[in-house]
Design a protein around this ligand. Structure first.
Ligand SMILES: C=C(O[C@@H]1C=C(C(=O)O)C=C[C@H]1O)C(=O)O
Length: 465
């Protein structure tokens, strides 16, 4: 058996890939965490941790801390995301059969504030060198290109990507997103519940809320897309990152999507979250008086129901974060987050983490306390969680669970896996979407909201909606 876990991080010239990180999204199995041009893209897998059950976050935290404890780290860039990193995705429910996982890639390309880097990670003996790391990246990019040429990573459309890079000079091309070809013959199927049954579940949820048993409940549903020409995950990721620039585009082991909601971002002693609750389909603004944004402000910020739902979500996060924090601030007024498909009522929360015995909590320790938030479960958590199991008839799998990455110092970014899907077979994708239900929620309106939330994935799969 091995040998030490070793990593080498070297600077990369960001100008060699003007399209930013999305231009590295050339393989269906790429590990991805990008927003605008920044983030992390990983290739290969040298280690994996899996767990199920209520202790999945803490078990993963221990595994990772143990792994990096004795790691031999050479890092010429030294910022969050350099050195050893793992990408991860966790099941929403402690009762889920779905395995939560951390994946340690062989190669990572990172970009942050104009600084790019390349990390190679290994358990093998032998020297890690800059030339070796660049050659390994080139191999991954070339294999991606070859797969695209053979049609297996179908129709990938990154113009000019890795055109015979000079030896030792890893580079990708600018990502040019061409109009999406519609997936020929793609079909959509009912998931666990029919639309009628799901609306009945929403009505049952509202009834429970009226008894006073709970204040808010988030109910989700799934649909299944069949794409006979094959699901092209790399293209889906490129589409999402190009169109949903305010979102975090994620790809981890078959889970793909672009989430607007940040569960927790840890950088040194600073933790940040973006809480969303309150949704409006942008198509609802068609034909309305005033500018679309004025319409969104009137309907979202001006609605008592939406504001109430939003306040519940913020309170659930800040209450859970408070014991770990020395100071915390949230915007006093939520703002309107504008996405191509919907508007959301959003609030950013920032906390200064408290040290316990000389350490700030790692992002996985925080996730253990924060998940599930009211934004994806409800309040009170235990009552909402039990009702979700009873009414949804769905194992949410990784949907609405944390997805993101972490480094050896405990820094990381973990979004809530929304607006996403699980690629279940080369031709099959399961999409998930849910809505916050409160007193006064109307089942038909909530159903329409799920369709608006499916739209980013449907469009990037080439299925019009
Ligand atoms: C549950 C989802 O979204 C959540 C529910 C929202 C709402 O009900 O308004 C808004 C954003 C998310 O917190 C989803 O996208 O599936």
């Amino acid at each position: 058996m091995t040998s030490t876990f070793r990593t080498l991080t070297v600077p990369l010239d960001a100008e060699t890939f003007p399209g930013g990180l999305p231009s590295f999204l050339v393989r269906d199995d790429v590990l991805c965490w990008t927003r605008r041009e920044a983030g992390l893209v990983g290739f290969g897998e040298i280690a994996r941790f899996t767990a199920t059950g209520p202790e999945r976050f803490l078990e993963a935290d221990i595994w990772w801390r143990h792994l990096v404890l004795e790691a031999d780290i050479e890092d010429a860039v030294d910022c969050p995301g350099t050195g050893p990193v793992a990408f991860g995705s966790f099941a929403f429910s402690k009762a889920s059969a779905h395995e939560s996982r951390l994946l340690v890639p062989e190669i990572v390309v990172g970009l942050r504030d104009g600084q790019a880097w390349l990390t190679q990670l290994t358990f093998d003996d032998g020297e890690l060198t800059e030339a070796g790391a660049r050659a390994a990246l080139d191999r991954w990019l070339r294999s991606g290109r070859a797969a695209e040429d053979n049609g297996s990573a179908d129709g990938a459309v990154v113009d000019g990507a890795v055109d015979d890079p000079a030896p030792g000079a890893a580079q990708a091309g600018a990502a040019v997103v061409r109009p999406l070809p519609l997936a020929a013959g793609a079909t959509l199927h009912t998931g666990s519940l029919s639309e009628e049954d799901w609306m009945a579940a929403v009505a049952a949820g509202v009834k429970e809320i009226r008894t006073g048993a709970l204040e808010k409940l988030v109910l989700a549903r799934d649909i299944v897309a069949t794409v006979p020409t094959g699901v092209n995950a790399a293209q889906v990721l490129r589409e999402l990152s190009a169109r949903y620039r305010e979102c975090w585009t994620y790809g981890v082991d078959g889970l793909v999507g672009a989430t607007p909601e940040m569960l927790i971002q840890v950088e040194g002693r600073t933790a940040q979250a973006r809480v969303l609750a309150g949704t409006l389909d942008r198509r609802d603004a068609d034909g309305m008086a005033g500018s679309p944004l004025e319409f969104a402000e009137r309907v979202l910020a001006g609605s008592e129901k939406q504001r109430h739902e939003h306040d519940i979500a913020i309170q659930s996060l800040t209450t859970q974060l408070a014991p770990f924090s020395e100071a915390m601030n949230a915007h006093s007024e939520p703002f309107i987050l504008e996405l191509p498909n919907v508007w959301h009522l959003a609030s950013d929360v920032k906390a200064e983490l408290a040290e316990v015995e000389g350490h700030v909590p790692t992002c996985l320790a925080l996730i253990n306390a924060l998940h599930p938030t009211a934004a994806v479960c409800g309040t009170p958590t235990t009552v909402a969680g039990a009702l979700i199991r009873k009414l949804e008839h769905l194992d949410r799998g990784p949907y609405a669970g944390p997805v993101g990455w972490l480094d050896a110092a405990g820094n990381g970014e973990w979004g809530i896996a929304l607006r996403g899907a699980v690629i279940e077979s080369p031709q099959t994708v399961r999409l998930y979407a849910g809505c916050g239900v409160v007193d006064g929620s109307v089942p038909e309106t909530e159903l329409a909201e799920t369709w608006a939330k499916f739209r980013p994935m449907l469009e990037s799969l080439g299925i019009s909606s």
